[in-house]
Write a protein of this length. Sequence first.
Length: 239
Amino acid sequence: MKLTPLLSGLAMAASLAAFNSASAQTIVQADGSSTVFPVTEAMAEEFQKANPGIKVTVGMSGTGGGFKKFCRAETDISNASRPITSSEQKDCKAAGVEYIELPVALDALTVIVHPSNTWANEMTVAELKMIWEPEAQGKITNWKQVRPSFPDRPLVLFGAGVDSGTYDYFTAAIVGKEHSSRGDFTASEDDNVLVQGVAGNPNALGFFGLAYFEHNTDKLKSVMTLPPSFIQPERDSVG
């Protein structure tokens, strides 16, 4: 999953002006993907240290939400965990927003459970699809329905919100159709909300970017996925 911020002409002007005339642009606004948020936040902090006359604000409304603001010329930088869509490109063009695309990192989707979960050490894509496809809503509600050897316990789901690029990628890769899933799960564009949700429920299963798992390994447990072979979510698996 490629993480890509888009910079508008205004943002580029602001970046260049920072080294010449800080008064030319005092506020730079970034918004979008929660997955890209930690990278942008760290860069914003360093940029402001070097350029105290410029304030950088970083929001986290999800990739889709960020593009809506960006294409209305409300923000200067749009963080994204998926490419900009053709309809979003049209919206930007209609608003006179020009931009350049800058890939900054690769990320990996991570399926996670509560640390006390001793049964779901690995799961197949078929099992994940069984859980997350639209037809599963209100029907697949117990771990034992997913695999007979799993315990008879309620299945509690957490996942990225529908405005998230992570949601788009996950549904395309797991369900087979972008933006297609069951709706009866706790959804949020803020990955920290998902971390807290899974960490607080022994029956939970969720998904989000690898970085948020790496920062919460004391609270969460990752699940290896198959096929073509079981893949452990870790940095060496990305790329």
